[in-house]
Design a protein around this ligand. Sequence first.
Ligand code: GLU
Length: 466
Amino acid sequence: MTKVVTRFAPSPTGHLHIGGARTALFCWLLARHYGGEFRLRIEDTDTERSRQEYTDSILASMRWLGLDWDGELSYQSRRTDLYNAAVDRLLETGHAYWCSCTPEDVEAMREKARSEGGKPRYDGRCREKGLGPGPGRVVRLKAPAEGRVVFEDMVKGHIAVDVSELDDMILRRSDGMPTYNMAVVVDDHDMGITHVLRGDDHVPNTPKQILIYQALGWELPVFGHVPMILGPDRQKLSKRHGARAVVEYQSEGLLPHALVNCLVRLGWSHGDKELFTMRELVELFDGHNLNSSAAAFDFEKLAWLNAHYLRETPDAELAALVAPFVAKEGFPQATAAVIEPLLPLFRERASNLVELARALPMVLNHADSLEYDPAAVAKALTAEGRTHVAGVRELLAAVAEFSRESAERVIHDYVESKGIKFKQIGPPLRVALTGRLGGPGLPDVMAAIGREDTLARLDRAFGLSE
Ligand code: GLU
């Protein structure tokens, strides 16, 4: 079997969205499954709307999702000569011709066809004129007069279009620029693409592109068109549904693998299996089982997947993912190595990386920079509560070896010896130690911050209430 080469070809007119990310993921998986190549091409011929910042953003989102590409990144805007060389070749071989019809002429032809109940199309009047280049002239494909364009779509199955549905499309505009379909065919051929997997909004382009391949005598790739992603109401997915660009999901603290897992199930399945590691996906995604009916994006499932992977991601990996968020909370010095041992205290309680990062200052701060929640102070640090805090402080200062276990024992012994209930000591001790109510177990916090800071915090708490 020849090497599988796929590509993702975004237009940099916006950030990477859910639909594009799903296409990129499928193309990446197909290439990785067969040990082939995944290429990335920036389709930036729309100079009005294309922006470098969007290219940068799309690349950043691809990296974040773990979709690495092979070879050089290519930009369509830098390959005009290549496209024009192919147009020239079509002119030389008689598969294309110059056309002097103005846009008004073409519109009049379309109007006439419409009024006669026919398909609005260019009527081919310059086909046999043998015109050469000239101002305002375009180059058109000399499409076959009859027949059908047929292809087996990886997703949709057999597709056949009668050539009478297609007209002699423009290949080079009057400004000398090649058209979109021309550029795509030349690129896909030049890059050795074997599988063109893309959104089904491109289905109408495929027969046109096939005619260009045939005119150039080039072998066709396999085509596959994945249905668009719908919102929960089964309308086209949009911002209105709460859909975000990939960068927004990233900045809101989503884990990339949660998004990957959610996306892969939109239009592909492996039995009932819902959770896949990247390795499993690469192993299982062979281009089969692609669903031809549109899938709806499930926001609740995404949240569920995120919670799942927040628990499952190994500490070291999670620490690296959360570190930038912790830096944003004011702790740029907290490296992944600093964060990693603290994660077991907080990961179960957080539903995304932002929440996780916001919980960490509780232990990353020191006694002098800790912030106290006034309501929690007023509620828990009563006179009685402070007496207990002072009692525990004294015992903690005296333990031989300060650890999670010894801290736990101290609290337990104190409760026993005073004949009090844990709830009489828990909340005041917690507020004194962390500044607020709620959070991880107290011995865990004490062990994480160490004896010195534990005592300093308890001392500081005495200056806070009443
Ligand atoms: N640039 C096109 C898009 O963003 C993709 C074209 C293709 O995959 O052939 O929709």
